[in-house]
Design a protein. Sequence first.
Length: 162
Amino acid sequence: MGKAWRYGDNVDTDVIIPARYLTTTDPGDLASHALEDLDPSFAAQVKPGDVVVAGDNFGCGSSREHAAICLKAAGVSAVVAGSFARIFFRNAINTGLPILECPEAVRDISNGDEVEVDLEHGVVVNVTRGQEYQAEPLPEFVMDIVRAGGLVGWVKQRVAAS
């Protein structure tokens, strides 16, 4: 369970992690600048387990994996959005950042609400308001990648098992 950080539609990768910080791939360095052009308080105040809640087309813009990496490294337990840009969706899976599309939850969750996400079952709970929402869970093979911490971890597990 964590605090909801609520944002609108079309949050692009340039505000998730500004291009001026793309000279590093260090997750901790990236996390310290997460969302700073959109919400200067985010990086300093986000806590492990917090949830980013946003409208439609989250992660639009450039194809940088840094955007998903910085949110995960900042402690974000999941991103719940009305919809995701295709490249961000894939980068989130590749880096092991849990994501769910759930427009109904996005509509009702306010900034600061306490939120729980059950990724396995696609359930989003607004604890503050006592409301529960059902999203389409990620397919099992995608969940395997997320559970492994991303595509690299998944491949390492498969190689080790063979």
